[in-house]
Design a protein around this ligand. Structure first.
Ligand SMILES: Cc1ncc(COP(=O)(O)O)c(C=O)c1O
Length: 406
């Protein structure tokens, strides 16, 4: 059955906005996706019928708020194929990785090693560098192949019996490459290392089965997965979460507090100090439910057809280069390109004049830019509500940039 993109688009009110007489062609989903009515309505319902703090109150509104918040945890758990009590709400994907770096990091000793890769987002580099400064752990990196994938051929040399954790991006926010998780888990297990995935760019493309992946931690951001800003998720294996000390201290995360000492609540509460982002969590629950209802087999085919149309169109324009896998195999709909002789920011500026929103720059992946000796790229990132018109508008803009800026 073909994918009904019009029906999907109708659920996103912002896509019918007209700016300066032009429709919006939103291809910056890798930075933040738009939200469907189902999410907007869920947040509105909380704000208009159930707004109160969670967990502490005994009154009706507090009970409603707590129920909606915990239901959201269950929706996220269903989306990831795990149990609700293994889900920790955080402020974002960055916050989730920092939580692991701090709390799991406290279990590590000087000389222990963490393996990253050259194509990580800064969110999956800097928290580990901060941990290195605090605790004397060492960092190793996997190189990147010429077509923008993590080079897993280097795993045997880069993994040692001191490697405690391998933390890699599930789908690259620059090249769209999908990680071969099975190969990573197998190699990491052989040296007794845990595996964490940064799922920021994978989660917006449909439900996951984390137990089948065999990993230990998973992080993603709500705003890239059709949910509100200010919310993210960390999933961890329950026995690991149980062994980890808290990240932040405050209300809700305690067992008992005295001036002599305090004890901690079990996870997930231990890692959710203070009033959580209640409305955003409820919105993210609705986003997970919305994603769960989509036919992702058809949606993924649709996304990949857009990638092909874009790559073909770019190649027809002289002087363009792609950064990332040329084939559609094991790839997600993020396409980075360069137009020879034109700065990526100028390409993006020209595209804005065509109503096309893309991202230009280093994409918070400076080590990857260094690897390819680039200042930056122009990046189009697609989701199921994008259509051929979006791609054609982008191509028209790039053709114009090629004619006028070189
Ligand atoms: C792969 C990847 N990891 C992590 C992040 C950070 O997400 P956030 O800024 O929502 O915390 C991003 C955001 O662009 C990303 O693309």
């Amino acid at each position: 059955m073909s994918f009904d993109v019009t029906a999907v688009r109708r659920q996103f009110p912002i896509l019918s906005e007209i700016i300066d007489g032009r429709p919006i062609h939103y291809l910056d989903n890798g930075a933040s996706a738009q939200t469907p009515l189902a999410v907007i309505d869920a947040v509105r319902t909380y704000e208009t019928t159930s707004r109160a703090n969670v967990l502490r109150g005994v009154h009706r509104l507090a009970e409603r708020a707590t129920e909606a918040y915990e239901n959201a945890r269950s929706e996220v758990a269903r989306f990831l194929g795990v149990q609700p009590m293994e889900i920790i709400f955080t402020g974002g994907c960055t916050a989730a990785i920092n939580l692991v770096a701090y709390s799991y990091g406290q279990l590590l000793k000087p000389g222990d090693r963490i393996l990253l890769s050259e194509l990580e987002h800064h969110s999956n580099i800097v928290p580990w560098q901060l941990l290195r400064q605090r605790s004397g752990i060492e960092l190793d990196t996997l190189p990147v192949t010429a077509d923008g994938r993590i080079d897993l051929g280097a795993l045997p040399q880069r993994l040692t019996n001191k490697t405690r954790l391998v933390s890699l991006t599930h789908v690259s926010n620059v090249t769209g490459a999908l990680l071969d998780v099975r190969a990573v888990v197998e190699a990491a297990r052989a040296v007794g290392a845990k595996v964490m995935l940064d799922g920021a760019q994978r989660a917006p493309h449909g439900p996951l089965d984390l137990p089948a992946l065999g990993i230990d931690f998973y992080a993603f951001a709500g705003h890239k997965a059709y949910g509100p800003n200010g919310i993210g998720v960390l999933w961890g294996r329950p026995e690991l979460l149980e062994a980890m000390p808290p990240f932040h201290g405050g209300g809700s995360m305690i067992g008992r507090v005295t001036f002599a000492e305090s004890t901690w609540a079990p996870p997930p509460r231990r890692f959710e100090a203070g009033t959580p982002p209640i409305g955003p969590a409820i919105g993210l629950g609705a986003a997970c439910r919305w994603m769960g209802a989509l036919d992702w087999s058809a949606a993924h085919d649709h996304e990949m057809a857009l990638v092909q149309r874009l790559m073909d169109g770019l190649q027809e324009i002289g002087g363009t280069r792609l950064l990332g896998p040329a084939s559609l195999q094991n790839r997600y709909p993020v396409v980075s390109f360069m137009l020879d002789g034109v700065h990526p920011h100028d390409v993006a500026q020209t595209l804005d004049g065509f109503g096309v929103a893309v991202r230009a720059g280093h994409h918070c992946a400076q080590p990857l830019m260094d690897r390819f000796d680039l200042d930056g790229t122009t990046r189009a990132s697609m989701v199921p509500y994008n259509d051929n018109d979006d791609i054609d508008a982008l191509l028209a803009g790039v053709r114009h940039a090629a004619r006028t800026l070189r």
